[in-house]
Design a protein around this ligand. Structure first.
Ligand code: FAD
Ligand code: FES
Length: 268
């Protein structure tokens, strides 16, 4: 983990409440893996004090990108930053997706709900470079929640989307799209499913993966105080060796095997 107090912002794009900031941070960029995250200081004022966790969305040369939706004060402050300003960040943090070389030539599904697409974009680039056959499923409430759709299409990713209101793509949930996709794949099921999004979506992904006997990895979210294991602010119940334990998401995750996650309301 590095502390980069002066990561200079070199690019900014926005779509309504969604923002993409690109910044120079050679030391962090060199070590970044898909699924890892950064803890970003959002203000020089005493409030808000805590850094905010954001997944690593992209890496190019010595730059990194974060893609986020404004959720409250911290992300709103971050959204006001402009190119030329600097960010104070810690990273890369946590353990990311398991990019096994044996995935080369095999189908992989990346399922993103809303802002959950953020780390999957980086993952998709890495898997494509490895030679895996990656398909991205991108879901949101409405078309405005899929700001990266055009970019994914333009960059040649195999990609399908869904919206709850049917404004674009399949009408319904992205997990329904996932079920369609697995059915359409017939005899060649995905070798891995990777997902990031709200908890109910992740729980549904875990259930489908369990029913179809597919390996799946989920990137979880939690409120985080420190991001590196010091505060116990981010714990989640995870099953290990048949026993549920409280595990720190920031250190042991945020990516976990789907079958290990203990949900608040377990499915039958
Ligand atoms: C490992 C990790 C990676 C993340 N990556 C991304 C990303 O790539 N893009 C992105 O847009 N967001 C991401 N998030 C969520 C992001 O950290 C929160 O949206 C952000 O911290 C909210 O801060 P705020 O000050 O804007 O909101 P606050 O004012 O602190 O809170 C506003 C609202 O958001 C809720 N909230 C705050 N933090 C979280 C959280 N961690 N999970 C769920 N709800 C929360 C609060 O309960 C409240 O309702 C990630 C979270 C984690 C833990
Ligand atoms: S955020 Fe502090 S221990 Fe995980």
């Amino acid at each position: 983990m590095f502390k980069d107090p002066e990561a200079r912002i070199v690019g900014k794009e926005s779509w309504g409440d969604y923002f993409l900031l690109t910044f120079d941070s050679p030391a962090v960029s060199a070590l970044a893996r898909p699924g890892q995250f950064l803890m970003i200081k959002v203000s020089d004022e005493p409030y808000p004090l805590l850094r905010r966790p954001l997944g690593i969305h992209s890496r190019k040369d010595k730059t990194l990108g974060v893609f986020f939706k404004v959720a409250g004060i911290g992300t709103a402050l971050l959204a006001r930053k402009t190119p030329g300003e600097t960010l104070d960040l810690l990273g890369p943090l946590g353990k990311g997706f398991n990019i096994d070389p044996c995935l080369a030539g095999k189908p992989v599904l990346a399922v993103g709900g809303g802002r959950g697409i953020a780390p999957l974009y980086f993952l998709a680039w890495e898997l494509r470079a490895l030679g895996a056959s990656i398909k991205i499923l991108y879901g949101g409430r409405t078309q405005a929640d899929l700001p990266l759709a055009d970019k994914l299409r333009a960059e040649g990713f195999d990609f399908a989307c869904s919206t709850d209101d049917g404004t674009v793509g399949r009408r319904g949930l992205v997990t329904e799209l996932m079920e369609d996709e697995i059915k359409a794949g017939g005899g060649s099921p995905p070798a891995l499913v990777c997902a990031c999004g709200p908890d109910p979506m992740l729980q549904a992904v875990a259930l489908i993966a369990r029913d179809k006997r597919l390996p799946a990895e989920l990137s979880l979210e939690s409120r985080m105080g420190c991001g590196f294991g010091a505060c116990w602010g981010c714990v989640q119940r995870i099953r290990r060796d048949g026993k549920a334990e409280w595990i720190k998401i920031c250190e042991d995750g945020p990516v976990f095997p789907a079958e290990s996650v203990v949900w608040e309301k377990e499915s039958p």
